[in-house]
Design a protein around this ligand. Structure first.
Ligand code: BG6
Length: 490
């Protein structure tokens, strides 16, 4: 058994926002999977905390319904998992219920305590202060903060300061679930476990990098949150910058938490500023109008918000970033993310420079550009596009084909959801895949001037039809440089 699949020590995990979308859709199923895999022992407890007036039985019934039958397991196993669940009705801003929570936790003083704040960031400080007042921050206690932390640098600092008065930095786990995705981890293995790529991993050999995180989903149930956030705060400032850091960072000396995070921080600090002077050339933002998703007609963003709604929130962003250091000088990183795009796909494309001189005549076919494509979802895997000879007689013709490794085909296993790994990392006390405070600050320091430029520029986001690849200006952003967004050719 590898260390990562060993059972973890008994823990009490309190999920604030325990009835919310994230808890029900992601956190509880992730815990269930790890329970079925034998990593969570029966001495552990999962305590939902939220305002809904439920009791333990009501919570268990709701979680049973949400889990459904998606995971194959014996009915007794499902029952045993549900037995781990408790529920405490409480309000982050009111006193009632907190004594009860403290008493419940006091029953198992030796359990590791994890407080997962799956709530709006405005409640983080209230919750932490109450945890502090009940001395629940003592001993082996950890707090998990969901992104985005704040809505700009100033608010992130306030939250981090206030949380920091209750929990030390070493107890604070700022989660970015993209760092828990299998392919992101694999990027570490590919880059630093193979001698092949590293000599080429720089501006001399890499032409550009593309990072796409496309979703078919629209706003869903999250109007309140999303309309205040928008694509830059929701996806780009955190998930996409973290992916960029994993591609661009120098080799850390080890996988020790600070070794990795120090290197990511250097990348964030080396990002060239985008502000009012260049935002119009380097960024494109959009908002979807009515169109289609998965073959069905869907309303536009404003209709989803409600009748007569007005909003300048971007549901799509594309931008061209650059890292000002020796390794990456002059290499564009094209980033794009959006809701209601034609397909759900997240991938990183590293495009290498063309060969310096062709020995082939013009009639043999194109000399393709080598591309390393890391597919995060769906169909996690890695493709390396190479130029080869088209097999068979009849002269030499060239063909561009992928060396293709689909993880599902190669290993025949379903990849665990990112939250499964990350929640257990918190219990294990391993913060390598979590954002340190200075990383969050550096990311906001870069994102704030973009948001300010958009706000001051007064231009509304460009409309795009739901089901399209965003505004045409996003295509122009990359085509102006003589490049195109990657499309799989097979
Ligand atoms: C979340 C964002 O962090 O990530 C959502 O708030 C987004 O808007 C989600 O839908 C995407 O996650 P995944 O794992 O489905 O790509």
């Amino acid at each position: 058994m590898t260390p990562a699949s060993l059972p973890v020590d008994p823990f009490d995990l309190v999920i604030f926002g325990g009835t919310g979308d994230l808890a029900v859709r992601k956190l509880l199923p992730a815990l269930f999977h790890r329970f079925v895999a034998g990593q969570i022992r029966t001495g552990s407890r999962i305590i939902g905390a939220a305002r809904e007036p439920l009791d333990d039985a009501g919570y268990r019934a709701a979680v049973r319904a949400a889990l459904g039958n998606a995971v194959e397991c014996a009915p007794e196993q499902r029952d045993a998992f549900l037995e781990l669940l408790d529920y405490r009705a409480l309000d982050a801003r009111k006193d009632e219920g907190w004594d009860g929570l403290a008493t419940l936790l006091g029953e198992r003083p030796d359990n590791i305590r994890v407080f997962y704040l799956s709530t709006s960031p405005e409640l983080y400080v209230d919750i932490c202060q109450r945890l502090g007042r009940h001395a629940l921050n003592q001993g082996a206690a950890r707090v998990v903060l969901e992104k985005p932390i704040g809505r700009d640098l100033a608010s992130a600092n306030r939250i981090n300061d206030d949380v920091g008065r209750v929990f030390a930095e070493s107890q604070t786990y700022r989660i970015d679930h993209y760092l828990g995705k299998e392919t992101v981890q694999n990027l570490l293995a590919l880059r630093f476990g193979n001698a092949l790529f590293e000599p080429l991993w720089n501006a001399h050999h890499i032409d550009h990098v593309q990072i796409t995180v496309a979703e078919t989903l629209g706003l869903g149930r999250r109007a309140g949150y999303y309309d205040r956030a928008g694509a830059l705060r929701d996806m780009l400032q955190n998930h996409m910058l973290q992916l960029l850091c994993m591609v661009a960072m120098e080799s850390p000396a080890s996988l020790a938490p600070d070794a990795v995070r120090d290197e990511k921080l250097k990348v964030l600090r080396a990002l060239k500023p985008i502000d009012a002077s260049n935002a119009a050339q380097l960024t494109v933002r959009g908002q979807y109008r009515a169109g289609a998703a998965d073959g069905q007609g869907v309303p536009g963003y404003l209709e989803e918000l409600g009748e007569g709604a007005k909003s300048n929130t971007s549901t799509f962003v594309a931008l061209k970033a650059e890292i000002g250091n020796w390794r990456w000088a002059g290499v564009p990183f094209y980033l794009r993310t959006g809701k209601r795009l034609p397909e759900r796909v997240s991938e990183i494309v590293v495009a290498f420079k063309p060969v310096p001189h062709s020995i082939f005549g013009g009639s043999v076919g194109p000399l393709g550009q080598n591309r390393l494509v890391l597919r995060l979802q769906p169909d996690e895997g890695v493709k390396l596009w190479l130029t080869i000879k088209d097999p068979g007689p009849g002269g030499l013709r060239l063909r561009h084909v992928p060396l293709d490794m689909s993880f599902a085909e190669a290993f025949g296993v379903q990849q665990p959801d990112a939250y499964e790994r990350l929640i257990l990392d918190v219990v294990r006390g391993n913060p390598t895949l979590f954002m340190r405070r200075d990383e969050v600050e550096a990311a906001w320091r870069w994102a704030d001037p973009i948001l300010a430029a958009w706000a001051d520029g007064g231009e509304p986001p460009r409309p795009y039809t739901a089901g399209s690849w965003g505004p045409s200006a996003a295509v122009a952003l990359i085509e102006r440089d003589g490049r195109t967004w990657h499309e799989d050719e097979d």
